[in-house]
Write a protein of this length. Structure first.
Length: 93
């Protein structure tokens, strides 16, 4: 999961005024990702890093638009590619 510091760096937020909002966006974006693709990807570090990047993209979009709604139609190709990769993850033994 993305930290507050990572989210603030990505969204280029310097002050602490929006910390509560950003913390909410971190939580909501994690719920959104896990709701779409499940949590199986969390056992593989490379997939976790992809999910973190996706989470930052979502947080940035929601922060910039001051919205708690994710419109998947507006997500860029990178975000869709990451979602596809995460949703197709299968655990190998």
């Amino acid at each position: 999961m993305v930290t507050l510091e990572q989210a603030k760096n990505y969204t280029k937020v310097d002050g602490d005024d929006d910390d509560n909002l950003i913390l909410q966006l971190i939580e909501i974006s994690q719920i959104y990702i896990d709701g779409l693709v499940g949590e199986g990807y969390k056992v593989e570090q490379n997939y976790v890093r992809l999910a973190d990047l996706l989470q930052l993209l979502i947080i940035s979009d929601m922060y910039d638009n001051r919205s708690l709604v994710v419109n998947s139609k507006d997500m860029n190709k990178i975000a869709h590619g990451i979602l596809d990769k995460l949703s197709n993850y299968t655990v190998t033994t």
